[in-house]
Design a protein around this ligand. Structure first.
Ligand code: TRP
Length: 351
Protein backbone atom coordinates (compact mmCIF):
# COMPACT_ATOMS: atom_id res chain seq x y z
CA UNK A 1 0.00 0.00 0.00
CA UNK A 2 2.96 2.36 -0.55
CA UNK A 3 1.62 3.80 -3.79
CA UNK A 4 0.24 7.34 -3.57
CA UNK A 5 -3.45 7.32 -2.91
CA UNK A 6 -5.56 7.53 -6.02
CA UNK A 7 -8.17 10.24 -6.36
CA UNK A 8 -11.49 8.67 -7.17
CA UNK A 9 -14.96 10.18 -7.52
CA UNK A 10 -18.18 8.30 -6.88
CA UNK A 11 -21.51 10.04 -6.87
CA UNK A 12 -24.98 9.61 -8.25
CA UNK A 13 -28.69 10.31 -8.23
CA UNK A 14 -31.88 8.38 -7.77
CA UNK A 15 -33.76 8.06 -11.04
CA UNK A 16 -37.05 9.49 -9.81
CA UNK A 17 -37.46 12.07 -12.57
CA UNK A 18 -35.73 14.46 -14.89
CA UNK A 19 -33.00 16.49 -13.19
CA UNK A 20 -33.57 20.19 -12.49
CA UNK A 21 -31.46 23.29 -12.05
CA UNK A 22 -31.23 22.60 -8.31
CA UNK A 23 -29.36 19.39 -9.12
CA UNK A 24 -27.29 21.33 -11.63
CA UNK A 25 -25.94 24.08 -9.37
CA UNK A 26 -25.97 21.79 -6.33
CA UNK A 27 -23.70 19.15 -7.82
CA UNK A 28 -23.82 18.37 -11.56
CA UNK A 29 -21.90 21.46 -12.59
CA UNK A 30 -19.18 20.69 -10.08
CA UNK A 31 -18.91 17.09 -11.25
CA UNK A 32 -18.26 18.28 -14.78
CA UNK A 33 -15.62 20.75 -13.57
CA UNK A 34 -13.92 18.04 -11.51
CA UNK A 35 -14.11 15.67 -14.46
CA UNK A 36 -12.44 18.21 -16.71
CA UNK A 37 -9.80 19.18 -14.12
CA UNK A 38 -7.90 16.02 -15.01
CA UNK A 39 -7.06 15.57 -11.32
CA UNK A 40 -8.92 12.31 -10.85
CA UNK A 41 -7.74 8.80 -11.62
CA UNK A 42 -11.27 7.46 -11.87
CA UNK A 43 -14.75 8.94 -11.98
CA UNK A 44 -17.89 6.89 -11.37
CA UNK A 45 -21.35 8.40 -11.81
CA UNK A 46 -24.10 6.08 -10.66
CA UNK A 47 -27.79 6.00 -11.46
CA UNK A 48 -29.11 4.74 -8.13
CA UNK A 49 -32.07 2.66 -9.29
CA UNK A 50 -31.85 0.22 -6.37
CA UNK A 51 -31.97 3.13 -3.96
CA UNK A 52 -34.92 4.65 -5.86
CA UNK A 53 -36.75 1.36 -5.40
CA UNK A 54 -36.43 1.61 -1.61
CA UNK A 55 -39.33 4.04 -1.65
CA UNK A 56 -40.85 3.20 -5.04
CA UNK A 57 -41.14 -0.56 -4.76
CA UNK A 58 -44.65 -0.41 -6.22
CA UNK A 59 -43.56 1.64 -9.22
CA UNK A 60 -40.66 -0.12 -10.91
CA UNK A 61 -41.79 1.22 -14.30
CA UNK A 62 -41.21 4.78 -13.07
CA UNK A 63 -37.67 3.96 -11.98
CA UNK A 64 -36.99 2.14 -15.24
CA UNK A 65 -38.15 5.03 -17.41
CA UNK A 66 -36.24 7.58 -15.43
CA UNK A 67 -32.91 5.81 -15.83
CA UNK A 68 -32.70 7.10 -19.36
CA UNK A 69 -33.86 10.58 -18.33
CA UNK A 70 -31.09 10.88 -15.76
CA UNK A 71 -28.52 9.48 -18.18
CA UNK A 72 -29.58 12.07 -20.77
CA UNK A 73 -29.31 14.85 -18.18
CA UNK A 74 -25.80 13.71 -17.24
CA UNK A 75 -24.65 13.64 -20.84
CA UNK A 76 -26.37 16.97 -21.51
CA UNK A 77 -24.47 18.66 -18.68
CA UNK A 78 -21.15 17.48 -20.06
CA UNK A 79 -20.41 14.27 -18.22
CA UNK A 80 -18.21 12.64 -20.83
CA UNK A 81 -18.28 8.84 -21.13
CA UNK A 82 -14.66 9.01 -22.32
CA UNK A 83 -13.63 10.47 -18.99
CA UNK A 84 -16.25 9.18 -16.56
CA UNK A 85 -17.95 5.82 -16.06
CA UNK A 86 -21.73 6.17 -15.96
CA UNK A 87 -23.42 3.04 -14.63
CA UNK A 88 -26.59 1.57 -13.15
CA UNK A 89 -26.50 0.60 -9.48
CA UNK A 90 -28.51 -2.64 -9.75
CA UNK A 91 -26.06 -3.97 -12.36
CA UNK A 92 -23.45 -4.27 -9.59
CA UNK A 93 -24.45 -7.14 -7.25
CA UNK A 94 -21.38 -6.51 -5.08
CA UNK A 95 -23.10 -3.36 -3.81
CA UNK A 96 -25.91 -5.38 -2.24
CA UNK A 97 -23.43 -7.91 -0.93
CA UNK A 98 -21.35 -5.23 0.78
CA UNK A 99 -24.49 -3.66 2.20
CA UNK A 100 -25.38 -6.90 3.93
CA UNK A 101 -22.05 -7.05 5.76
CA UNK A 102 -22.02 -3.34 6.63
CA UNK A 103 -25.45 -3.73 8.24
CA UNK A 104 -23.75 -5.56 11.11
CA UNK A 105 -21.62 -2.50 11.81
CA UNK A 106 -24.48 -0.01 12.24
CA UNK A 107 -27.13 0.17 14.94
CA UNK A 108 -30.81 0.79 14.30
CA UNK A 109 -30.71 3.84 16.55
CA UNK A 110 -27.81 5.30 14.57
CA UNK A 111 -29.78 5.12 11.32
CA UNK A 112 -32.79 6.55 13.14
CA UNK A 113 -30.71 9.59 14.06
CA UNK A 114 -29.60 10.23 10.46
CA UNK A 115 -31.12 13.67 9.73
CA UNK A 116 -31.76 12.96 6.04
CA UNK A 117 -33.51 9.69 6.81
CA UNK A 118 -35.55 11.42 9.51
CA UNK A 119 -36.62 14.19 7.14
CA UNK A 120 -37.50 11.75 4.36
CA UNK A 121 -39.57 9.56 6.67
CA UNK A 122 -41.65 12.65 7.44
CA UNK A 123 -41.86 13.85 3.84
CA UNK A 124 -42.88 10.46 2.53
CA UNK A 125 -45.43 10.04 5.31
CA UNK A 126 -44.23 6.52 6.11
CA UNK A 127 -45.22 6.97 9.77
CA UNK A 128 -44.88 3.51 11.29
CA UNK A 129 -44.68 1.68 7.92
CA UNK A 130 -41.07 2.33 7.02
CA UNK A 131 -39.76 -0.23 4.52
CA UNK A 132 -36.67 -1.95 5.94
CA UNK A 133 -34.89 -1.42 2.63
CA UNK A 134 -35.54 2.29 2.79
CA UNK A 135 -34.30 2.43 6.35
CA UNK A 136 -31.06 0.75 5.30
CA UNK A 137 -30.30 2.97 2.32
CA UNK A 138 -27.62 5.00 4.13
CA UNK A 139 -25.79 1.70 4.63
CA UNK A 140 -26.19 0.79 0.99
CA UNK A 141 -24.90 4.23 0.09
CA UNK A 142 -21.76 3.50 2.12
CA UNK A 143 -21.40 0.36 0.01
CA UNK A 144 -21.71 2.44 -3.20
CA UNK A 145 -18.99 4.80 -2.09
CA UNK A 146 -16.53 2.30 -0.62
CA UNK A 147 -16.90 -0.29 -3.39
CA UNK A 148 -15.13 2.16 -5.68
CA UNK A 149 -12.65 3.31 -3.01
CA UNK A 150 -13.98 6.80 -3.58
CA UNK A 151 -12.04 9.65 -2.00
CA UNK A 152 -14.35 12.37 -3.26
CA UNK A 153 -18.14 12.58 -3.37
CA UNK A 154 -19.46 15.71 -5.09
CA UNK A 155 -23.06 15.93 -3.89
CA UNK A 156 -25.70 18.26 -2.55
CA UNK A 157 -25.86 19.42 1.06
CA UNK A 158 -28.63 16.92 1.83
CA UNK A 159 -26.09 14.12 1.33
CA UNK A 160 -23.82 15.28 4.16
CA UNK A 161 -25.33 12.95 6.80
CA UNK A 162 -24.89 10.04 4.37
CA UNK A 163 -21.19 10.73 4.01
CA UNK A 164 -20.84 11.06 7.79
CA UNK A 165 -22.50 7.70 8.22
CA UNK A 166 -20.27 6.21 5.53
CA UNK A 167 -17.15 7.47 7.30
CA UNK A 168 -18.31 5.80 10.52
CA UNK A 169 -18.80 2.52 8.70
CA UNK A 170 -15.32 2.79 7.17
CA UNK A 171 -13.77 3.39 10.61
CA UNK A 172 -15.69 0.60 12.19
CA UNK A 173 -14.86 -1.84 9.39
CA UNK A 174 -11.18 -0.95 9.42
CA UNK A 175 -10.92 -1.19 13.19
CA UNK A 176 -12.65 -4.56 13.33
CA UNK A 177 -11.21 -6.24 10.22
CA UNK A 178 -8.03 -4.24 9.54
CA UNK A 179 -7.30 -1.32 7.17
CA UNK A 180 -9.30 -2.15 4.07
CA UNK A 181 -11.71 0.62 3.14
CA UNK A 182 -11.07 4.19 2.02
CA UNK A 183 -12.59 7.18 3.74
CA UNK A 184 -14.43 9.63 1.45
CA UNK A 185 -14.86 13.40 1.58
CA UNK A 186 -17.94 15.24 0.36
CA UNK A 187 -17.47 18.18 -2.02
CA UNK A 188 -20.21 20.78 -1.65
CA UNK A 189 -20.90 23.89 -3.73
CA UNK A 190 -18.92 26.87 -2.42
CA UNK A 191 -21.68 29.37 -3.14
CA UNK A 192 -24.49 29.62 -0.58
CA UNK A 193 -27.17 30.07 -3.28
CA UNK A 194 -26.09 26.85 -5.01
CA UNK A 195 -26.15 24.93 -1.77
CA UNK A 196 -29.91 25.08 -1.53
CA UNK A 197 -31.62 26.56 -4.55
CA UNK A 198 -35.26 27.36 -3.72
CA UNK A 199 -38.16 26.50 -6.01
CA UNK A 200 -39.61 29.20 -8.28
CA UNK A 201 -42.40 29.63 -5.69
CA UNK A 202 -39.81 30.59 -3.07
CA UNK A 203 -40.39 27.35 -1.13
CA UNK A 204 -37.34 26.01 0.63
CA UNK A 205 -36.38 23.41 -1.92
CA UNK A 206 -36.93 22.70 -5.56
CA UNK A 207 -38.94 19.51 -5.70
CA UNK A 208 -40.90 17.62 -8.28
CA UNK A 209 -43.84 17.04 -5.96
CA UNK A 210 -44.19 20.78 -5.30
CA UNK A 211 -44.20 21.54 -9.05
CA UNK A 212 -41.71 24.38 -8.56
CA UNK A 213 -38.80 23.18 -10.69
CA UNK A 214 -37.02 24.42 -13.77
CA UNK A 215 -35.82 21.26 -15.53
CA UNK A 216 -32.63 20.97 -17.54
CA UNK A 217 -34.78 19.64 -20.36
CA UNK A 218 -37.35 22.50 -20.28
CA UNK A 219 -37.86 24.31 -23.58
CA UNK A 220 -36.83 27.93 -23.80
CA UNK A 221 -40.41 29.28 -23.59
CA UNK A 222 -41.13 27.14 -20.50
CA UNK A 223 -38.05 28.52 -18.79
CA UNK A 224 -39.14 32.06 -19.61
CA UNK A 225 -42.66 31.46 -18.32
CA UNK A 226 -41.31 30.01 -15.09
CA UNK A 227 -38.79 32.80 -14.54
CA UNK A 228 -41.35 35.53 -15.22
CA UNK A 229 -43.76 33.92 -12.73
CA UNK A 230 -41.17 33.61 -9.97
CA UNK A 231 -41.95 34.65 -6.45
CA UNK A 232 -40.07 37.82 -5.39
CA UNK A 233 -40.27 40.23 -2.46
CA UNK A 234 -44.04 40.43 -1.74
CA UNK A 235 -43.63 43.95 -0.28
CA UNK A 236 -42.01 45.31 -3.43
CA UNK A 237 -45.29 46.46 -4.93
CA UNK A 238 -44.32 49.51 -6.96
CA UNK A 239 -41.10 50.10 -8.82
CA UNK A 240 -40.20 52.98 -6.47
CA UNK A 241 -40.51 50.81 -3.36
CA UNK A 242 -37.33 49.56 -1.74
CA UNK A 243 -37.00 45.82 -2.26
CA UNK A 244 -35.49 43.01 -0.28
CA UNK A 245 -32.72 40.92 -1.80
CA UNK A 246 -32.18 38.45 1.05
CA UNK A 247 -34.38 35.40 0.64
CA UNK A 248 -35.71 36.73 -2.68
CA UNK A 249 -35.63 33.77 -5.10
CA UNK A 250 -34.91 35.92 -8.15
CA UNK A 251 -31.74 37.23 -6.51
CA UNK A 252 -30.81 33.82 -5.14
CA UNK A 253 -30.98 32.46 -8.70
CA UNK A 254 -28.90 35.37 -9.96
CA UNK A 255 -26.33 34.59 -7.32
CA UNK A 256 -26.26 30.97 -8.42
CA UNK A 257 -26.19 31.57 -12.18
CA UNK A 258 -25.01 35.07 -13.16
CA UNK A 259 -21.49 36.02 -14.05
CA UNK A 260 -20.00 39.43 -14.83
CA UNK A 261 -20.06 38.60 -18.58
CA UNK A 262 -23.83 38.28 -18.38
CA UNK A 263 -24.07 41.89 -17.18
CA UNK A 264 -21.89 43.07 -20.03
CA UNK A 265 -24.02 41.20 -22.52
CA UNK A 266 -27.57 41.62 -21.20
CA UNK A 267 -27.60 44.45 -18.67
CA UNK A 268 -24.65 46.78 -19.28
CA UNK A 269 -26.03 49.52 -16.99
CA UNK A 270 -24.76 47.46 -14.08
CA UNK A 271 -21.26 46.11 -13.64
CA UNK A 272 -22.16 43.20 -11.42
CA UNK A 273 -24.76 41.66 -9.14
CA UNK A 274 -23.82 43.87 -6.22
CA UNK A 275 -24.75 47.01 -8.16
CA UNK A 276 -28.06 45.49 -9.23
CA UNK A 277 -28.81 44.47 -5.65
CA UNK A 278 -28.01 47.96 -4.35
CA UNK A 279 -30.44 49.49 -6.81
CA UNK A 280 -33.17 47.02 -5.87
CA UNK A 281 -32.67 47.78 -2.18
CA UNK A 282 -32.82 51.56 -2.77
CA UNK A 283 -36.00 51.28 -4.82
CA UNK A 284 -36.59 52.28 -8.42
CA UNK A 285 -35.82 48.89 -9.95
CA UNK A 286 -38.79 46.82 -11.11
CA UNK A 287 -39.10 43.06 -10.75
CA UNK A 288 -39.84 42.63 -14.45
CA UNK A 289 -36.50 44.10 -15.42
CA UNK A 290 -34.64 41.83 -13.00
CA UNK A 291 -36.60 38.78 -14.15
CA UNK A 292 -35.91 39.55 -17.81
CA UNK A 293 -32.23 39.64 -16.99
CA UNK A 294 -32.46 36.38 -15.04
CA UNK A 295 -34.26 34.83 -18.00
CA UNK A 296 -31.42 35.84 -20.32
CA UNK A 297 -28.86 34.40 -17.92
CA UNK A 298 -30.76 31.11 -17.54
CA UNK A 299 -31.24 30.81 -21.30
CA UNK A 300 -27.51 31.36 -21.85
CA UNK A 301 -26.66 28.63 -19.35
CA UNK A 302 -29.35 26.11 -20.28
CA UNK A 303 -29.54 26.35 -24.08
CA UNK A 304 -26.30 24.45 -24.74
CA UNK A 305 -27.37 21.81 -22.20
CA UNK A 306 -30.77 21.35 -23.86
CA UNK A 307 -29.16 21.16 -27.30
CA UNK A 308 -26.69 18.52 -26.21
CA UNK A 309 -29.58 16.61 -24.61
CA UNK A 310 -31.45 16.64 -27.93
CA UNK A 311 -28.42 15.24 -29.74
CA UNK A 312 -28.34 12.29 -27.33
CA UNK A 313 -32.14 11.90 -27.45
CA UNK A 314 -31.74 11.20 -31.14
CA UNK A 315 -29.47 8.22 -30.37
CA UNK A 316 -31.00 6.48 -27.36
CA UNK A 317 -29.45 3.08 -28.24
CA UNK A 318 -26.03 4.71 -27.84
CA UNK A 319 -27.03 5.94 -24.39
CA UNK A 320 -27.97 2.38 -23.37
CA UNK A 321 -24.68 1.12 -24.80
CA UNK A 322 -22.84 3.67 -22.69
CA UNK A 323 -24.66 2.52 -19.55
CA UNK A 324 -24.04 -1.12 -20.33
CA UNK A 325 -20.33 -0.60 -20.95
CA UNK A 326 -20.05 1.63 -17.87
CA UNK A 327 -21.76 -0.98 -15.71
CA UNK A 328 -19.26 -3.64 -16.82
CA UNK A 329 -16.32 -1.39 -15.92
CA UNK A 330 -17.90 -0.53 -12.56
CA UNK A 331 -18.61 -4.15 -11.75
CA UNK A 332 -15.00 -5.09 -12.24
CA UNK A 333 -13.86 -2.42 -9.85
CA UNK A 334 -16.46 -3.36 -7.21
CA UNK A 335 -15.48 -7.02 -7.48
CA UNK A 336 -11.88 -6.14 -6.58
CA UNK A 337 -13.04 -4.38 -3.43
CA UNK A 338 -15.36 -7.28 -2.63
CA UNK A 339 -12.41 -9.69 -2.76
CA UNK A 340 -10.45 -7.49 -0.35
CA UNK A 341 -13.45 -7.18 1.98
CA UNK A 342 -14.05 -10.94 2.07
CA UNK A 343 -10.40 -11.56 2.79
CA UNK A 344 -10.41 -9.01 5.62
CA UNK A 345 -13.57 -10.59 7.03
CA UNK A 346 -12.10 -14.09 6.75
CA UNK A 347 -14.94 -15.29 4.55
CA UNK A 348 -12.70 -16.05 1.57
CA UNK A 349 -12.98 -19.79 2.12
CA UNK A 350 -11.79 -21.13 -1.20
CA UNK A 351 -9.10 -18.56 -1.99
N1 TRP B 1 -28.77 9.50 -2.24
C1 TRP B 1 -28.51 10.01 -3.55
C2 TRP B 1 -29.79 10.73 -4.04
O1 TRP B 1 -30.69 10.94 -3.30
C3 TRP B 1 -28.14 8.97 -4.55
C4 TRP B 1 -26.95 8.15 -4.17
C5 TRP B 1 -26.92 6.79 -3.96
C6 TRP B 1 -25.61 8.60 -3.96
N2 TRP B 1 -25.68 6.39 -3.64
C7 TRP B 1 -24.85 7.46 -3.62
C8 TRP B 1 -25.00 9.88 -4.00
C9 TRP B 1 -23.50 7.56 -3.31
C10 TRP B 1 -23.66 9.96 -3.67
C11 TRP B 1 -22.90 8.82 -3.34
O2 TRP B 1 -29.94 11.08 -5.15
Amino acid sequence: MEETKKKIILTGDRPTGRLHVGHYVGSLKRRVELQNSGEFDDIFIMIADAQALTDNAEHPEKVRQNIIQVALDYLACGIDPEKATIFIQSMIPELTELTFYYMNLVTVSRVQRNPTVKAEIQQKKFESSIPVGFFCYPISQAADITAFRATTVPAGEDQMPMIEQCKEIVHKFNSVYGETLTEPEIVLPTNQACLRLPGIDGKAKMSKSLGNCIYLSDESDEIKKKVMSMFTDPNHLRVEDPGQVEGNPVFIYLEAFSRPEHFEEFLPDYKNLEELEDHYRRGGLGDVKVKKFLNNVMQAELTPIRERRKEWEAKIPDVYDTLKAGSAVAEKKAAETMTAVKKAMQIDYFG
